[in-house]
Write a protein that binds this ligand. Structure first.
Ligand code: DGL
Length: 300
């Protein structure tokens, strides 16, 4: 198959990466996508970096076996732990979401004080601080770990009852008093520091953007990496001559390690903005068996 005809591989620890997949489908409407959510092992955020690196290698090898032309790690935690490992292991271009998120933040800030709301793993890795510092060493970064928000998003999505009703509406579906309070608590370390831009450093958090915005107040801009990542992906494919020709009908395929495909379909369709028609279940044993196919990626 020619690279122009091959799909783009996208992965996340679960459903949140579909916020990035949605932006990619919008930016590159002729490109086919194969998305895998490692839902059974979600969340990655509280896990040890070495463990997440192993998962990244496994899921990356699975995408490689599907003959993708590029891989997007649509998960900040996985990017922080394993972007370099996967770039060394695979032949195709591999992109993460942290550098694009950092770029979006430094382009938006005027006060040059930026906040990062992310998982514990991403905060502990210091990846955003490094990425922002590489782009503008004068920008001050304050990080806040918000593990509770990942749980809220996953729980609300999988409980799913209200999703049909609000399907693709712009309603803030997570707008309950408890969620508002949890979001305020998570965002509190970012207040009173002159921060004018906050990067949503977790691909689940764009789903909570209205709540984060109200917790931070109107003067703070919220940026996420989805659009910037999509633009970077377009530029990469374009320079390589790998873009699908305009007007081609894309194929969207999905896979999950979850045992509940229906749950993934309902919540995923809501986030992706299209029905998830084609979903396959991937056994964790099959992913684990791929570990040896990709090498360690460490210093190879
Ligand atoms: N999607 C992950 C991220 O962007 C968060 C969820 C998790 O902890 O697995 O960091």
């Amino acid at each position: 198959m020619e690279p122009t005809d091959k799909p783009i591989g996208i992965f996340d620890s679960g459903l949140g990466g579909l916020t990035v997949a949605r932006a990619i489908a919008k930016e590159l409407p002729s490109e086919s996508i194969i998305y895998i959510g490692d839902t059974k092992r979600c969340p990655y955020g509280p896990r040890d970096q070495a463990e997440v690196r192993l998962f990244v290698r496994q899921v990356g090898a699975w995408l490689e076996s599907r003959d993708v032309k590029a891989v997007v790690i649509a998960c900040n935690t996985a990017t922080a732990a394993g972007l370099d490992v996967l770039q060394r292991s695979l032949e195709v271009p591999v992109m993460g979401v942290i550098e694009p998120g950092a770029r979006a933040a430094i382009q938006a800030t005027r006060s040059r004080r930026v906040g990062v709301l992310a998982t514990q793993g991403t905060v502990d890795s210091g990846s955003y601080v490094r990425a922002i510092g590489m782009l503008d060493a004068g920008v001050r970064v304050t990080q806040a770990a918000a593990p509770a928000l990942v749980e809220i998003v996953e729980d609300e999505l999988v409980s799913g009852a209200h999703l049909h009703e609000d399907w693709m509406s712009d309603k803030a579906i997570f707008d309950t008093p408890a969620i508002r309070a949890a979001t305020r608590a998570a965002a509190a370390p970012l207040l009173g520091r002159g921060i004018d831009t906050v990067v949503l450093g977790c691909t689940h958090f764009p789903l909570l953007a209205p709540e984060v915005r109200s917790a931070l107040g109107d003067g703070v801009r919220i940026v996420s990496s989805a659009e910037e990542t999509s633009a970077e992906l377009r530029a990469t494919l374009d320079r390589r001559g790998d873009l699908a020709p305009a007007g081609v009908d894309p194929a969207y395929r999905f896979a999950t390690t979850s045992d509940d495909i229906t749950e993934f379909a309902v919540a995923g369709s809501f986030i992706f903005g299209h029905p998830l028609d084609s979903i396959e279940h991937v056994d964790l044993e099959d992913l684990e068996a791929l570990t040896d196919c990709v090498g360690t990626g460490e210093g190879e």
